[in-house]
Design a protein around this ligand. Structure first.
Ligand code: EN2
Length: 114
């Protein structure tokens, strides 16, 4: 089917949805490893292994500075947080488990928006 043209209203709705989703992520009890950038000085190997660090505070900053074109580009950054977490942490670790729980929560919430 033909792509629906994006109106300014659609973009504003996307922006509101991103803000809402981000605030729910930040409020989640398992969000603590993702609230601020990983301090690579105190996490050996992180800077070498993770090429594109991302965290919820950086996403919030990008949202505030209008750097997300739409819901899709926002979801790409949120998934980057969880992909980085899976890459660097064992599944059976505190932070690894938190990452899996947060990804499951996020997938459920944004699909409820569609
Ligand atoms: C995603 N990731 C995070 C870490 C990591 O060490 N992250 C900081 C944990 C310590 N930070 C807290 O405990 C905290 C932070 C904010 C807050 F509001 C309450 C508690 C290491 C590897 C990795 O892949």
């Amino acid at each position: 089917c033909a792509k629906k043209a994006k109106t300014p209203k659609d973009s504003n709705n996307d922006l509101a949805a991103c803000r809402m989703l981000l605030s729910e992520l930040e409020a989640h009890q398992d969000a603590w490893p993702f609230l601020s950038p990983v301090r690579h000085k105190s996490v050996p190997g992180y800077r070498k292994v993770i090429k594109k660090p991302m965290d919820f505070s950086t996403i919030k900053e990008k949202l505030t500075n209008n750097l997300y074109l739409n819901l899709e580009t926002f979801i790409i950054d949120v998934n980057l947080v969880f992909d980085n977490c899976q890459k660097f942490n064992e599944d059976d670790s505190e932070i690894g488990r938190a990452g899996h729980r947060m990804r499951r929560f996020f997938d459920k919430r944004w699909t409820e928006l569609l």
